[in-house]
Ligand binder design. Structure first.
Ligand code: FAD
Length: 429
């Protein structure tokens, strides 16, 4: 039986990132390459950062745009990429009751029709806060307390309810972490005169051949002999440090998994509170048309519950394409049955009703379900995650990434986290 020093589960950004960082760590210490094997259930690497190139269109598994805080990580990736990478200043809008305003909603209420603007401003000023120290009991309560009833009910609540496909009262007040565009009353009023809709993704980068180009950059540091595609991890014997895959039995000293945490726990036979882990799934339609549509905009949010999608994005306005190339996202509960052909018809009808498709001919299409997509961060999920993480790490198992860490994070966060983990193993190399 083969035994490896590091068994990595998943060849997405986290699994490949960890493998590449470990190699860099060994090189920096003048140590030989550690024995690493990356298991990937799919026949191709990339995880959620795969790209489809079809009929001249470039599509991801929903728009995957990159925003780097760590310039060294961006430079490291770019040094391993050949093609063009575009840097784009975000143009995002929200459609509320037939009016388009800039994103984020709370900073652009002055663009609403006069009466709606007055309601938002009035409720913002007289919002009920229990004093600066009071912590809201849920995500929904946070929205009402910080922004008042009208901002909450015109956009923040209906939009997030469509996205998360759950009651927002279940979610922790900080469920979106740094990805929630916070603004205080001074920011909001200042924005009336001096627009600064900023946020974490005010500018982003995107390769001309899609998100997979960043995966390919990581693959340059992962020899193909270390990559086992089409091989799924089935179960783990934590005590004996043995992994059973669909093809063989493997021994390991340490296991780094980017598989969704509940599935890892089941594979390890770790007793846990399964009800603590809930999530949504997202159905993505990528649609290519015969000619251009709306110009200038990169994506648009739709809080209206009568519109089936919560967001639509225009790849052609990011990549300067000459034909409209859309991604359309629909949120659903993890247990919902998705009738994809019926939803496709609804998407096409709603795109037309919203005036985004106007006599265009659909010439190419693709659909994918991301399951899980957005995990529900709740008090229960955080407590259970902390408990099982300690237990797994004591057995040499590290659960990382967006789904291994059961969190809301970006691709850059996946790389930052796995680099830190690889560095902790440095002294052992
Ligand atoms: C709708 C949506 C939009 C997003 N947009 C952005 C964006 O614009 N910018 C951004 O920075 N981030 C974005 N993200 C987040 C980004 O997709 C993730 O942070 C990132 O892809 C996670 O990478 P990962 O490697 O941790 O997980 P994954 O990409 O899920 O990779 C895990 C891999 O493990 C494999 N695997 C699972 N179980 C097993 C098993 N038992 N055996 C073997 N292999 C297994 C899977 O096949 C998969 O390849 C978005 C996410 C979603 C859902």
């Amino acid at each position: 039986m083969q035994t490896v020093e590091y068994l990595v589960v998943g060849a997405g950004m986290s699994g490949l990132g960890f493998t590449a960082w470990l190699r860099a760590e060994a090189a920096a210490r003048g140590r030989p390459l550690p024995e690493v094997l990356v298991l990937e259930a799919d026949d191709e690497p990339g995880g959620y950062c795969k790209t489809i190139e079809q009929d001249g269109f470039v599509w991801d598994f929903s728009g995957h745009f990159f925003h780097f805080k760590h310039k060294d990580i961006e430079a490291w990736l770019r040094a391993r990429m050949d093609g063009e990478v575009r840097t784009v200043a975000r143009r995002a809008a929200i459609r509320v009751a037939g009016h388009d305003i800039d994103f984020p909603f709370q900073k652009n209420i002055h663009q609403l029709p006069h009466d709606d603007f007055l309601s938002c401003l009035h409720d913002l000023y007289f919002r009920h806060e229990d004093g600066p120290d009071a912590t809201p009991g849920s995500f929904k309560e946070m929205l009402y307390r910080r922004f008042g009833r009208s901002i909450a009910e015109m956009f923040l609540v209906p939009y997030n309810q469509k996205l998360y496909a759950t009651d927002l009262d279940r979610l922790d007040q900080d469920a979106m972490g740094r990805f929630f565009p916070h603004a205080d009353i001074a920011d909001i009023i200042r924005n009336f005169k001096h627009p600064d809709s900023g946020g974490y993704n005010a500018t982003f980068t995107y390769p001309a051949h899609g998100a997979i180009e960043y995966v390919r950059a990581l693959l340059r540091e992962v020899p193909s002999s270390q990559l086992a595609l089409g091989e799924r991890l089935v179960s783990i014997d934590l005590r004996r440090q043995l992994a059973l895959t669909t093809k063989r039995e493997l021994g390991f000293k340490r296991l780094v998994s980017s598989a969704p945490l509940p599935r890892l726990l089941a594979a390890c036979g770790v007793e846990h509170d399964a009800t603590a882990f809930t999530w949504n799934k997202v159905l993505v339609f990528n649609l290519g048309f015969d000619r251009k549509g709306k110009e200038g905009l990169h994506w648009m949010y739709f809080p209206d519950p009568d519109v089936v999608f919560y967001r639509v994005g225009w790849y052609d306005n990011i990549l300067a394409g000459d034909r409209m190339s859309l991604y359309v996202e629909i949120g659903a509960d993890k247990d919902a049955e998705l009738d994809v052909p019926r939803l496709r018809e609804r998407v096409l009808a709603d795109l037309e009703r919203e005036g985004l498709v106007d006599g265009h001919l659909l010439v190419s299409e693709h659909a994918v379900v991301l399951d899980p997509a957005y995990v529900h961060i709740t008090q229960a999920s955080m407590a259970e995650h902390a408990r099982v993480r300690r237990l797994l790490e004591a057995a040499g198992v590290y659960s990382v990434g967006r789904y291994g860490g059961w969190t809301y994070c970006s691709i850059e966060d996946n790389l930052v986290e796995t680099r830190a983990l690889a560095r902790t193993f440095g002294p052992l190399l």
